[in-house]
Design a protein around this ligand. Structure first.
Ligand code: BDP
Length: 328
């Protein structure tokens, strides 16, 4: 080979090897899963998280956030984070319940009185128990974020559990939600989030349940007419990380990443407060009829059998329920 070409090949190879070594020894590219699209508060918060990690770790950890669930459905992404194929995720605790029993506390209908009450429970002993169990399962929560309350939407107003009777309602993947719908006389239909709009449109399901920002962001409001404020579930979310990868980092990097998640979570909570009100106004302006449910007692009473059966099968969950109920 001509000596000049040999020289170019040699220096290029050295360059590639040096770059590879630098990545191995220094900066790491970590991936984050997010199910939401642009315009949802969590998308902005996850982008902010990536910037904050970059800043706080001085570029040692680079986070690339994949929005819109392109890395898989939520149950798939949870598995991928558990095994470390994806490092971070913005997860809802609902689909974590089937993997980490303790997380199911938040999936018991009407367990929390309000969003602030939910955060007080999470910031206390119950939160510590849930976080520890999640970390042991490979999904370590770095910070809790807001997801408001979930309510029903359909082609008719829902005011009592009897209005749910006979309706096919899409739920997230968790047996507690199928039990919840069955206890109201409805037909539960667990389904991936990405399929719900089409299912509502074609009548495969009659309704679903979610908070205002998600109802709006994925166009569910375009294919339903009524949103009924049942607020039957107040499920928090987290910015989570694969436990093993996080624990293998230096304490300095761990502190930096945890701090970045906490700051991004505060940002998310601020955005949530403003944007969930805005989302409600937007869907109402688009023609959605929102109805208050003045007396939620019949819904709460219908949940007695759900609690009884769940706690009989999982007596170890009684303590968490007790903590939530005795937290002011
Ligand atoms: C949204 C949550 C998202 C869930 C989705 C759902 O933010 O994590 O996947 O609901 O209903 O509010 O599946």
């Amino acid at each position: 080979m001509h000596s000049r070409i040999i020289e170019i090949v040699r220096t290029t190879t050295v360059g590639i090897v040096a770059a590879a070594l630098a990545t191995a020894a220094g900066a790491a590219d970590w991936r984050a899963w997010n199910i939401h699209h642009d315009g949802h508060p969590n998308t902005a918060a996850m982008d902010r998280f990536a910037d904050l990690v970059d800043e706080a770790t001085e570029g040692e950890i680079k986070v690339e956030v994949f929005h819109g669930g392109v890395l898989g459905s939520q149950p798939d992404a949870l598995e991928q984070v558990r095994i470390g194929a994806i490092e971070f995720g913005n997860f809802n605790l609902g689909p974590i319940g089937p993997i980490v029993k303790e997380a199911n506390l938040v999936s018991l209908p009407f367990i929390f009185k309000s969003v602030p009450h939910m955060f007080r429970v999470l910031e206390g002993e119950a939160g510590d128990i849930i976080a520890k169990a999640m970390a042991e399962a490979g999904i370590l929560p770095l910070a809790w974020i807001d997801a408001g309350a979930r309510s029903f939407y359909s082609q008719k107003p829902i005011n009592t559990p009897a209005d749910v009777e006979g309706l096919k309602i899409r739920v997230m993947n968790n047996d507690l939600y199928t039990a919840m719908i069955s206890a109201m006389g409805g037909n539960p239909s667990p389904m991936a989030f990405s399929e719900v709009q089409q299912a509502l449109k074609t009548g495969v399901v009659d309704g679903a349940e979610n908070n205002f920002p998600s109802f709006k962001n994925v166009g569910h409001y375009e294919v339903t007419t009524h949103y009924s404020l049942s607020e039957h579930l107040i499920i928090p979310e987290c910015i989570c990380v694969n436990t093993g990868k996080f624990e293998a980092l230096s304490p300095k990097l761990q502190t930096a990443i945890k701090g970045a998640a906490e700051q991004a979570a505060l940002y998310q909570r601020e955005l949530w407060a403003v944007q969930s009100d805005q989302a409600r106004k937007d869907v109402e302006a688009a023609g959605i009829m929102v109805n208050e449910i003045t007396d939620k007692t019949p819904f709460q009473n219908a949940m007695n059998s759900v609690y009884d059966e769940y706690l009989a099968a999982n007596p170890d969950m009684r303590r968490l329920v007790e903590i939530a109920r005795t937290t002011d």
